[in-house]
Design a protein around this ligand. Structure first.
Ligand code: DX5
Ligand code: ZN
Length: 213
């Protein structure tokens, strides 16, 4: 089954709680929360206090995407704040293996992400420790960009390796996902689609989510 995870980066932040409730009503399976530190990526978004307060308002699955340097410094605190799935970037840490184990031991799902220029094979050593792999389909940092088509070949490579090893690992794609390219992404092996602009900016969000699915 294909799951849809709308990214709040494209929502009206003055009404964050209502925006999240709205996409839940419209059929989203989880909510994607992009944390940016201005170091790993050039943009800054939001952090722990926002997730913590949103947690009090929402029972949705919190899919937290850390775009921060040395995520091992904060992983535990993001889980305490309410992350159900915690994704960090392979490029941001030298401790990927330890961090994946730590995330699972604290009761969250553990996920690793790679930027467009990082090869698919970089995640292979960690697949047994991952609940999900996030393949970035744009350069991380900003919403509203166009999908880089070659990144979908990496989705296929990772899916093939997961199947070859008989594992159950979700593959998420993030960046520039629309109803037009969703089918190609899922046919290459993605099963969770992150969508910021194409959901939050749509005139009818339910139709937008259905169209993606
Ligand atoms: C980009 C973020 C994405 C972004 C997606 O760095 O990781 O989650 O919000 O937004 P769209 O769907 O607009 O590309
Ligand atoms: Zn993201």
């Amino acid at each position: 089954m294909i799951k849809i995870s709308p990214s709040v980066l494209a929502c009206d932040f003055t009404r964050l709680g209502e925006e999240v409730a709205d996409i839940e009503r419209c059929g989203a399976d989880m909510v994607h929360l992009d944390v940016m530190d201005g170091v790993f990526v050039t943009n800054i978004s939001f952090g722990l206090p926002v997730i913590e307060s949103l947690r009090k308002k929402s029972g949705m699955v919190f899919d937290v995407h850390l775009m921060i340097d040395k995520p091992e410094r904060y992983a535990e605190r993001f889980i305490k704040a309410g992350a159900d799935i915690l994704t960090f970037h392979l490029e941001a840490t030298d401790e990927a293996e330890e961090l994946l184990k730590l995330i699972r031991s604290k009761g969250a799902k553990a996920a690793i992400s790679i930027k467009p220029k990082t090869p698919a094979t970089a995640v292979f050593p960690y697949l047994e420790l991952c609940d999900m792999v996030l393949v970035m389909t744009v350069e991380p940092g900003y919403g509203g960009q166009s999908l880089i088509p070659e990144t979908l070949d990496k989705v296929y490579e990772i899916r093939r390796e997961i199947e070859r090893r008989g594992l159950f690992v979700d593959i998420q794609v993030d960046g520039g996902i629309t109803a037009e390219n969703a089918k190609e992404a899922t046919s290459k092996g993605a099963n969770i689609l992150v969508a910021g602009s194409s959901v939050f900016k749509a005139s009818d969000r339910k139709i937008a989510i259905d169209a993606l699915r």
